[in-house]
Design a protein around this ligand. Structure first.
Ligand code: SF4
Length: 306
């Protein structure tokens, strides 16, 4: 959005006190930032990853995924880097730089919306959305609005590693947005090793917050579980995952791990894990990441120099 100057407001002919009040209200209410600059765009079948350069020189990435007619997804970033620091995630290894502004969040979607109608949003790009709660929710409100991109709220998923304060606030939102919980490990001990965020609430605390959220919203929650070979994919791990999933109204989504340079994890066998969970009568699917060859898969977004 280009900035309206004092001279332009004064030229409307409003009386000086009215013009000043309008100028103040306008500048308090809107955020001015130059649009994102596309630095690099890479594509493969049905996927496009774009690196955007921000006004302060930092960079973020967002991914467009074409899953067929009326299924045009954008995976949106909410922060530059991420303070959570998951050991298996390329973004987590960048460290945390800063929160994105509302305009930087919505501009990612507007970039892809220039070519097609965007139908679905997933806040699973760079960053933990609930650590930039107010701006993410403002961006969602604008993108959901008929005057924005008119994306249905039930097609907007916000994924959290389990930030309880965010889950509680999310429960009170007017729009019925979808919540995903990125669990990573079925025990607190393993989870603390994989997700080394000092303020990470325990699994029990997160389940309590999700239960309260569900009592209010009646929304099913997706449990995202990235399968890491020899780390969180044993029979015992899957049993425990199933036990936790049954404590809330949920659906388990097994995520294929996408190796990233410098990270020593290997992908687990998602087909075997799915069958094991099916035997336990779990509600489970596998999410196969698109865009692996352009490092656009889950956990691969990062903006280190090539
Ligand atoms: S997996 Fe998500 S929460 Fe964890 S470091 Fe990566 S971006 Fe942050």
């Amino acid at each position: 959005m280009s900035e309206l100057t004092w001279d332009e407001i004064a030229a409307t002919g409003l009386k000086p006190d009215k013009a000043k009040a309008l100028f103040r209200a306008y500048h308090q209410r809107f955020e001015f930032a130059p649009p994102l600059k596309v630095e690099k765009a890479e594509g493969e079948a049905n996927v496009e990853k774009v690196r955007f350069r921000l006004a302060d020189g930092l960079a973020i990435e967002a991914v467009f995924m074409d899953h067929g007619p009326d299924k045009k997804f954008v995976c949106v970033s909410s922060q530059v880097g991420c303070p959570i620091g998951c050991r298996f995630c390329a973004t987590g290894q960048m460290g945390f730089k800063r929160n994105l502004t509302v305009s930087e969040i919505i501009s990612q979607v507007y970039h892809f919306a220039g070519k097609q109608k965007i139908t679905n949003l997933v806040f699973m790009g760079m960053g933990e959305p609930f650590l930039n709660y107010d701006r993410v929710l403002k961006a969602v409100t604008l993108l959901n609005s008929e005057l924005g991109q008119n994306i249905a709220s039930r097609k907007i998923v916000v994924s959290t590693v389990g930030i309880v304060t965010g889950i509680r606030q999310f429960a009170g939102e007017r729009q019925k947005l979808k919540l995903a919980w990125s669990l990573a490990a079925p025990s607190d001990e393993l989870r603390q090793r994989l997700v080394p965020y000092p303020a990470l609430p325990t699994i029990e605390e997160t389940i309590k917050a999700i239960t309260a959220y569900q009592q209010k919203t009646k929304q099913r929650v997706t449990i995202e579980y990235v399968l890491l070979k020899g780390v969180n994919d044993s029979e015992a791990d899957l049993h425990e995952l199933d036990r936790l999933a049954r404590q809330i109204d949920s659906h388990i989504n097994l995520i294929e791990y996408n190796p990233s340079p410098g990270l020593s994890f290997a992908p687990g066998d998602t087909d075997r894990a799915r069958l094991a969970l099916k035997k336990l009568k779990a509600n489970v699917t596998v999410r196969r990441s698109l865009g692996k060859t352009i490092t656009a898969g889950c956990g691969q977004l990062a903006t280190q120099p090539d």
